[in-house]
Design a protein around this ligand. Structure first.
Ligand SMILES: NC(=O)c1ccc[n+]([C@@H]2O[C@H](COP(=O)([O-])OP(=O)(O)OC[C@H]3O[C@@H](n4cnc5c(N)ncnc54)[C@H](OP(=O)(O)O)[C@@H]3O)[C@@H](O)[C@H]2O)c1
Length: 351
């Protein structure tokens, strides 16, 4: 029996539980369970809808009666739900703590995943970037890299590497122009553009560090550096990129390379709100599942070998797709591509 258990119902957990429950049959999953930590009347509607769509609620034993008072009927206790699962997907900001407390001592699940913030949880993974590095029976813990890391990685793989893996990147610079809090979140809004420290002497911020770690799983040692700032907007992250290559490349080749990667979308739109709004009308519950949306009119070639431009990051879309691909790799390793097909309509070539 294939059981997928999601821990956390926030910005990443909520859409993931819905996606797994809605497409259980396509994905070959028998049961989807999820853990919610805090009983909240403001989140009763969310839990009820996920249960209506077929997902099964698990809670901590000492919170059971509070959930019941809200009208919920939790079926599993937190640890029990982990132990009976085939795959556990942690979607909290405390995945590493949960690993130490619960996952390390749970023998049954084939695999565990945690999300962007949980550096060190396991092998870094992004769909289409380092699938070849996954080793069956060995990689039981995966760290699904953050949305901006997905974006940086797909730019490098598409524009600076050849299909045979030859790397042409000599210097990759990225300015992550981040949205404030997610539209699902009430706290953490940035009242005005706010810059971040370069905490990492070699990589700047965690975005380049994580992209380096992702490619390291394939044996590369890339020269990357990132900076980050937050804007007082809730729509989408943008990235300004500069990729210096060891060879010349013209704009026609840039366009051809972008068009050849089905995980890359291009857009002639210039604003985050218009790209975001496209997702609202055409995406999966509002989400664009492409790994990047490149603002094609902004892309230019400097000095013949430096590719410069802007792109938009589908912030929760790209980790969702990688999380699903990794889940399928654990439970149906030979059928990942066919089973994930149902989501292809949300991977756009043009936004
Ligand atoms: N937001 C994004 O766009 C985005 C994109 C890519 C990756 N990620 C990654 O996804 C992970 C989760 O982020 P998120 O934005 O989804 O978070 P979030 O919206 O704040 O949700 C966090 C969830 O974790 C649960 N939780 C359980 N134990 C917790 C604890 N000790 N402290 C805080 N929350 C706890 C919360 O449960 P209760 O509410 O029931 O207490 C809540 O459901 C992080 O690793 C983040 O880096 C986020």
């Amino acid at each position: 029996m294939n059981i997928v258990h999601v821990v956390g119902t926030g910005t990443i957990g909520e859409p993931l539980i819905g996606l797994l429950a809605d497409h259980k049959a396509d994905f070959g999953i028998d049961e989807v369970t999820f853990h919610k930590r805090t009983p909240l009347i403001t989140e009763r509607g969310k839990v009820n809808d996920l249960v209506r769509r077929g997902a099964v609620l698990a809670v901590d034993e000492d919170k059971r009666s509070s959930f019941e008072e809200l009208g919920h009927t939790p079926k599993w206790e937190a640890r029990e739900a982990i132990e009976r699962a085939s795959v556990v997907i942690d979607c909290t900001p405390v995945g590493n703590d949960n690993k130490a407390e619960f996952y390390d001592s749970a023998p049954n699940p084939k695999g565990f995943m945690a999300q962007g913030s949980e550096f060190g949880f396991g092998k870094m993974y992004a769909r289409g970037i380092n699938d070849d590095s996954l080793v069956s029976g060995v990689d039981r813990f995966l760290h699904i890299v953050s949305c901006n890391t997905h974006n940086i990685a797909v730019l490098i793989k598409t524009l600076a590497m050849d299909p045979d893996g030859t790397n042409h990147l000599t210097d990759g610079r990225f300015i992550c122009i981040r949205r404030s809090n997610d539209i699902s979140q009430d706290s953490g809004f940035a009242p005005s553009p706010t810059v971040e420290r370069h905490k990492d002497a070699r990589f700047g911020t965690h975005h380049a560090r994580d992209a380096h770690g992702l490619f390291e799983t394939l044996g590369y040692d890339l020269n990357l550096f990132s900076s980050a700032l937050k804007l007082n907007s809730q729509y989408m992250h943008q990235i300004h990129f500069s990729l210096s290559l060891d060879r010349e490349m013209d704009l026609d080749e840039v366009r051809e390379r972008l068009a050849a990667n089905k995980r890359v979308a291009i857009t002639y739109k210039k604003s985050a709100n218009s790209v975001f709004s496209f997702g609202r009308d055409h995406g999966y519950f509002g989400r664009i599942l492409s790994q990047t949306v490149v603002a094609i009119d902004t892309v230019t070639v400097r000095n013949g070998n430096e590719l410069v431009g802007y792109c938009f990051t589908p912030q929760d879309g790209n980790p969702l797709l990688s999380t699903l691909a990794a889940t399928l790799w654990y439970i149906h390793p030979a059928e990942v591509d066919t089973r994930i097909d149902v989501l292809r309509p949300y991977l756009f070539q043009e936004v």
